[in-house]
Design a protein around this ligand. Structure first.
Ligand code: UDP
Length: 250
């Protein structure tokens, strides 16, 4: 297998990726498939941090729209991400790879508390680290958690693996003329108000020069190919990161 182009990545999986054919909740088949891909990533030598959303179980804003208190519903959403993280931990462990769940909310009978230095130590030892419970605060999303954790652990790349295969000029489901953009800067992404990643997350990535790849989570093997250097999905970065990468290649 070709080795990884990156030293350390942060992979963000939407909760919906774990749903399979169900309307909500967890299906063991996609969990096992994604676990196998994550273990493949470890085999090609990349350190893997993982953030999994909770949208397959509860999204705070949706519950709030039904009348539930927003902070309570966000707490429920964060706990949903812990459920997903534990399922993924179990599946990765079954494949024989070392893995730890670290939570931003204190539930340390279930998993470790998030401590940055300890997370980095796990990664250096080749353990997959699953960052659960988002940022531990309401009114945020797991996209923001993924950006922040990626910056904290000094990841080389943030990968958002989601239900679309990149950033489009318009909604491809509504507009047949929509075209996929292979590359754009964060400022362009913010100007276009792209729906695939929230603004807080984009601004954090931009300000810290963290490149982001948006790709389809349902394409088997694509995450590994991307980490091996294949140009999959859309790349968003500041001009500065691109310049640095080009200089490194020369
Ligand atoms: N959430 C939160 N704070 C965070 C991260 C997540 O309150 O830092 C809650 C929020 O209610 C969110 C839910 O957890 O809707 C699940 O996360 P998200 O919607 O990002 O999941 P995804 O859409 O990626 O599956």
């Amino acid at each position: 297998m070709t080795t990884s182009r990156y030293r350390r990545i942060l992979l963000k999986l939407s909760g919906e990726a774990l749903m399979g054919e169900r309307e909500c909740g967890l299906d063991s088949e996609p969990v096992k498939r994604l676990a196998a891909e994550i273990v493949d990533l470890c085999r090609i030598g990349v350190e893997v941090g993982l953030v999994i959303g909770g949208g397959n179980i509860i999204r705070g804003a949706e519950k709030a729209a039904e009348g539930l208190d927003r902070v309570t519903s966000d707490h429920m959403g964060m706990l949903a991400t812990v459920i997903n993280a534990l399922a993924m931990q179990d599946a990765i462990e079954h494949l024989g790879a070392p893995v730890r769940v670290m939570s931003a909310l204190k539930i340390n009978q279930v998993c470790e508390d998030y401590i940055r230095r300890r997370a980095i130590r796990h990664l250096e030892k080749g353990r997959v680290v699953i960052f659960a419970a988002g940022l531990g605060n309401p009114f945020f999303t797991t996209d923001s958690a993924a950006s922040l954790r990626a910056i904290e652990i000094e990841a080389d790349l943030l990968i958002k693996a989601t239900k679309v295969d990149g950033v489009y000029t318009a909604d491809p489901l509504k507009d047949p003329r929509a075209e996929r953009l292979a590359y754009l800067t964060y400022d362009e992404a913010l100007k276009r108000r792209i729906g695939v990643m929230d603004t807080t997350a984009l601004v954090l990535c931009r300000d810290h020069h963290l490149p982001l790849r948006v790709m389809n989570v349902f394409e088997p093997g694509a995450i590994v190919r991307l980490v091996q250097g294949e140009a999959i999905g859309s790349l968003i970065e500041t001009g500065k990161t691109r310049k640095a990468a080009e200089e490194k290649r020369d």
